[in-house]
Ligand binder design. Structure first.
Ligand SMILES: [Zn+2]
Length: 119
């Protein structure tokens, strides 16, 4: 494994466990909302109420992407664009560790999506 990927690998694992904790907190809260009676618990529940279902959906998508990136690092196929097969810039990987495409292909896909949305 390239040294740079080791750092990214750790970052991905950390982010994955953060997301996993967010899922657990979310599940616990939906199950135990009724039991939050005293003031302290109520304050915590309010502070975290932004963790709503929409955000959870985004988290789950991110979680899947991270899991996929971790698998690719383990299989040594990480850092290679899935579209053209070129190496993805390391700066791009640090900015977005679960990137699947190089910046050229990414922009191409974004343009295609943009055109589809406008139709
Ligand atoms: Zn590419």
């Amino acid at each position: 494994m390239k040294k740079n990927f080791q750092v990214l690998y750790q970052q991905l694992l950390e982010r994955q466990s953060e997301l996993r904790n967010a899922f657990l907190r979310h599940d616990e809260r939906s199950g135990e909302e009724e039991e939050l009676r005293d003031e302290g618990d109520f304050a915590i529940a309010s502070a975290e109420s932004f963790l709503d279902d929409t955000l959870m959906r985004h988290f789950r998508i991110e979680y899947d992407e991270i899991e996929y990136a971790i698998k690719k690092i383990e299989e040594r196929t990480y850092g290679i664009c899935e579209m053209c097969g070129d190496d993805i810039d390391i700066e791009r990987l640090f900015a977005k560790p679960h990137a699947r495409y190089c910046i050229v292909c990414h922009e191409h896909i974004e343009r295609e999506n943009g055109q589809r949305r406008r139709r």
